[in-house]
Design a protein around this ligand. Structure first.
Ligand code: NDP
Length: 244
């Protein structure tokens, strides 16, 4: 027996492309009322036109706690509640630690780690009221660190730690916490890498194997969100078959 997402209110951060966009569309197709946030408002508008159900577009910068609070408030104003937070916004600016541009470290920590924490903080009162779900997009880099992804991996390890603390604090109040850990997915994530060698390596990796599509992650998210209330899917690690 699975539950339905019909009429559930979901906020997806980082929904202007990639995994967030595919997830918003999949949840809309499942009958959810979806609020989508990101900085590129034009991309959100085109998503809203494609979605089968009602979509609220929100210009959102997760590094700004005020922007996050406003997005959560606008979602609840429009749809009357919040049942699911898909905490997805993120950046990956890979490169070696020695000689790194530390402003890129700041961007990753502020977006991936602090941004997702601010979003949980703003959404939690509503999720406690609805006995809702926090679904956090981490990464295989949240389980295994590798050379040239030190700070990105640190943010994703941090996300997993924060999610586990959160889970222990809220699970007996009926709020479920899910961590999704994708391997290599075909999105624009790696195109923002500024180090040319790292960017080329990511492009080479993308063409050397059958990588995941954003819809593959969206399917895992729909699975986690449609389990009966007594079932908490806490973690899903999902890699391309060809990824070692
Ligand atoms: P994309 O680059 O396609 O999507 C990233 C999203 O995050 C965009 O919608 C972007 O929107 C948003 N974003 C970035 N900065 C901010 C910000 N300050 N405020 C609000 N939104 C922001 O990449 P993916 O879809 O691949 O990435 C989504 C998540 O999946 C990330 O957390 C990433 O770490 C994770 N992931 C991705 C993997 C992959 O191989 N692609 C593997 C494992 C995890 P905008 O620029 O419009 O603000």
């Amino acid at each position: 027996m699975s539950t339905t997402l019909d009429g559930k209110v979901v906020l997806v951060t980082g929904a202007s492309s990639g995994i967030g966009e595919a997830t918003a569309l999949a949840l809309s197709a499942e009958g959810a009322l979806v609020a989508v946030g990101a900085r590129r408002a034009d991309r959100l508008e085109s998503l809203a036109r494609k979605a089968p159900g009602e979509v609220l577009t929100l210009e959102l910068d997760v590094t700004d706690p005020e922007s996050v609070r406003a997005a959560v408030a606008a979602t609840v104003d429009r749809f009357g509640a919040l049942d699911v937070l898909v905490n997805n916004a993120g950046v990956m600016l890979s490169g070696p630690i020695a000689g790194a541009d530390t402003t890129e470290w700041t961007r990753m920590v502020e977006t991936n780690l602090l941004g997702s924490m601010y979003t949980v903080h703003a959404a939690l009162p509503h999720l406690l009221a609805s006995k809702g779900t926090v679904l956090q997009i981490s990464s295989t880099s949240g389980r295994i660190a590798s050379a040239n992804s030190g700070v990105y991996a640190a943010t994703k390890f941090g996300i997993t730690a924060f999610a586990e603390s959160l889970r222990q604090e809220v699970t007996t109040q009926g709020v479920r916490v899910v961590v999704i850990e994708p391997g290599f997915v075909a999105t624009e994530l790696a195109s923002h890498i500024t180090d040319p060698t790292m960017r080329a390596a990511a492009q080479q990796m993308a063409t050397s194997m059958r990588i995941l599509h954003p819809e593959d992650i969206a399917n895992a998210i729909v699975y986690a969100l449609t389990q009966p209330e007594h079932v908490a899917v806490n973690e899903i690690l999902i890699r391309p078959t060809d990824q070692t």
